[in-house]
Design a protein around this ligand. Structure first.
Ligand SMILES: NC(=O)c1ccc[n+]([C@@H]2O[C@H](COP(=O)([O-])OP(=O)(O)OC[C@H]3O[C@@H](n4cnc5c(N)ncnc54)[C@H](O)[C@@H]3O)[C@@H](O)[C@H]2O)c1
Length: 431
C-alpha cells in the first residue's frame, strides 16, 4: 500500500514536466478575470465550439418541426364535447354526437405543412378470410402498408397469395387470443369465424376469440395510440322484435343458446370497445355487418348464399331450412369494404349498420340463384335450426346520413361475380 501511495504521489509531481500546458492555462484564467466574456468568445471561436452549438440548435429545431410522431399531450379541457360528456356518463352523447378529437385525425401521423400525407401502417386481423382479404386489397391499392394477422382457422393463404412479394404487405400467423406488439396507425379487427358452421365448431374458442382477442387488440391500440375498428354483426340484434333494425335497438338475444358464443361474444366485444374508448381514450369505430356475400367466401360454410350457389353448381338440390319465408338482406363484399374504410376514416364512432336493405325470403333467394346458375335447380326443405332469426334487414339511415355511404351493388349484379369464383374453385376441387 505504502509503495502504491508513493508511486501515485511521485506521478503527481511528474505532471508539470509531461504536460506543461495545464499550469499555463490556469495562470491565464486567474490573471484575466475582468475580461472573461471576451476570452470566452475567443475560446468558442478558437476551439470551434460555436460551430457545434449552431449545428446542435439546427438539429434540435428540425427534429421538433419535422418529427411525425411528436404529439403534444392533449389537455383534458381541450377535448371536444363528446369525449367529455361520454366520460361523464351522458349516454345520449354516444348515440347522437360521435365526433371525437385527437390531434391526429385518421389515426395517422401528423403531417407537416407542405408535405404529402404519408401512407398508413395498418393491421388487419382475420385478413386471410373472406371480408379481410378484400379489405387488404383495397388498403394496398390505396398505397398503405398492411400487416395481416391470422391463425388460418377459416382463412386461406390463397386469398392473399397475389400480394406475396409486395414490400407493403406482411402476413403473420398468430392467434389473437395471445398478445402481440406492433407499431401501426390503425387496427381493423375482423378475426373471428363468421359462419354458424365455423363458430359453433368450437364455441369456447369462438368466445375466447371475441373476448380475449378483442381485449388484446384494444390493449395494443391503447399502447401505440392507434385507431381501432371492430367488425361486429347484425347478430347482436338476435331474433329481433324491431324491424328493420336500427342501431338504437338493444336486441333480443338468447344468452345461453348454441349461437351465444358468437352473438354474446360480439356484444361483449362492443362493450369492451366502448369501455376502452371512455376509460382509456382509445379512438374506436364499430361496424355492425349484415349478411355479406362475394368471391372468396368459404364454399361449405353453411351460409345461405354460399350453400345455394355451391349446391346449384354441383347439381344438388338447394337446402331451405323451415318454410323458407324467413328474410335476409344480402350485401356485396365491395360495398361492405367501402363502408368499413369510410367509417375508419370518419370522425364517427358508431355503431353503424352496414348492410343492403334489399330484403329477400330464402325462397326468393333460391329463385335468383336458379336464374344465375341453373334454371333446373331444385329445392330440398329441412327443419329449421335453433335460434335462427325470422327477419333481418338493416336500417342504414345513420350510415347514409353520417358516412354518406350506401350499398351500390344489387343481388342480381353481385351474384354472377361470386358464381364465377365458386365455379372455378369447385372445378379445381373436382380436378
Ligand atoms: N361475412 C359476413 O356476412 C359477416 C356478417 C357479420 C359480421 N361479420 C364479421 O366480419 C368479420 C370477417 O368475417 P368473414 O366473413 O370474413 O369471416 P371469415 O371466417 O372468412 O374470416 C375470419 C378470419 O379470421 C381468422 N381468425 C379466426 N379466429 C382467429 C383467431 N383466434 N386469431 C387470428 N385469426 C383468426 C380466420 O382464420 C379468418 O381468416 C368477422 O369478425 C365476422 O364476425 C361478417
Amino acid at each position: 500500500m505504502k509503495q502504491i501511495h508513493k508511486q501515485s504521489s511521485a506521478n503527481q509531481h511528474q505532471i508539470p514536466t509531461h504536460s506543461p500546458t495545464y499550469p499555463v492555462k490556469n495562470a491565464k484564467q486567474h490573471s484575466t478575470r475582468s475580461s472573461l466574456p471576451r476570452s470566452a468568445a475567443s475560446y468558442l471561436l478558437r476551439e470551434q465550439r460555436l460551430l457545434f452549438v449552431l449545428v446542435g440548435a439546427v438539429i434540435a429545431s428540425s427534429f421538433f418541426l419535422l418529427h411525425p410522431y411528436y404529439h403534444p399531450p392533449t389537455p383534458a379541457a381541450t377535448l371536444p364535447f363528446f369525449r367529455r360528456s361520454a366520460v361523464a356518463g351522458d349516454s345520449t352523447a354516444i348515440s347522437t354526437s360521435t365526433v371525437i378529437g385527437r390531434t391526429n385525425p385518421g389515426g395517422g401521423r401528423r403531417v407537416p405543412v407542405g408535405l404529402r400525407k404519408p401512407p398508413k401502417r395498418i393491421v388487419v386481423t382475420g385478413g386471410a378470410g373472406f371480408v379481410g382479404s378484400h379489405l387488404v386489397d383495397k388498403l394496398i391499392a390505396r398505397g398503405d402498408s398492411v400487416i395481416v394477422i391470422d391463425n388460418f382457422f377459416t382463412g386461406r393463404k390463397e386469398n392473399l397469395v397475389h400480394l406475396f412479394g409486395n414490400p407493403r404487405f406482411e402476413l403473420i400467423r398468430h392467434d389473437v387470443i395471445e398478445p402481440i406488439l406492433l407499431e401501426v396507425d390503425q387496427i381493423y379487427h375482423l378475426a373471428c369465424p363468421a359462419s354458424p358452421v365455423h363458430y359453433k365448431y368450437n364455441p369456447i374458442k369462438t368466445i375466447k376469440t371475441n373476448v380475449m382477442g378483442t381485449l388484446n387488440m384494444l390493449g395494443l391500440a391503447k399502447r401505440i395510440g392507434a385507431r381501432f375498428l371492430l367488425t361486429s354483426t347484425s347478430e347482436v340484434y338476435g331474433d329481433p322484435l324491431e324491424h328493420p333494425q336500427k342501431e338504437t335497438y338493444w336486441g333480443h338475444v338468447n344468452p345461453i343458446g348454441v349461437r351465444s358464443c358468437y352473438d354474446e361474444g360480439k356484444r361483449t366485444a362492443e362493450t369492451l370497445t366502448m369501455d376502452y374508448h371512455r376509460g382509456a381514450e382509445v379512438e374506436v369505430r364499430i361496424a355492425r355487418i349484415f349478411n355479406t356475400y362475394g368471391p372468396r367466401m368459404c364454399i361449405d360454410d353453411g351460409r345461405v348464399v354460399s350453400n345455394f350457389v355451391a349446391q346449384a353448381l354441383r347439381r344438388q338440390p338447394m337446402t331451405v331450412y323451415g318454410d323458407g319465408k324467413q328474410t335476409r338482406s344480402f350485401q356485396f363484399v365491395s360495398d361492405l369494404v367501402d363502408g368499413l374504410v369510410t367509417l375508419m376514416e370518419s370522425e364517427h364512432i358508431g355503431p353503424f349498420n352496414l348492410g343492403n336493405p334489399g330484403e329477400f325470403t330464402m325462397l326468393e333467394l333460391a329463385e335468383v340463384v336458379k336464374e344465375t346458375v341453373d334454371p333446373s335447380a331444385t329445392i330440398d326443405f329441412k327443419p329449421n335450426t335453433a335460434d335462427d332469426p325470422h327477419m333481418r334487414k338493416p336500417d342504414i339511415t345513420k350510415a347514409m346520413e353520417f358516412l354518406n355511404w350506401a350499398p351500390k351493388i344489387s343481388l342480381r349484379e353481385g351474384l354472377p361475380l361470386m358464381v364465377n369464383d365458386f365455379r372455378k374453385r369447385i372445378l379445381d376441387e373436382q380436378k
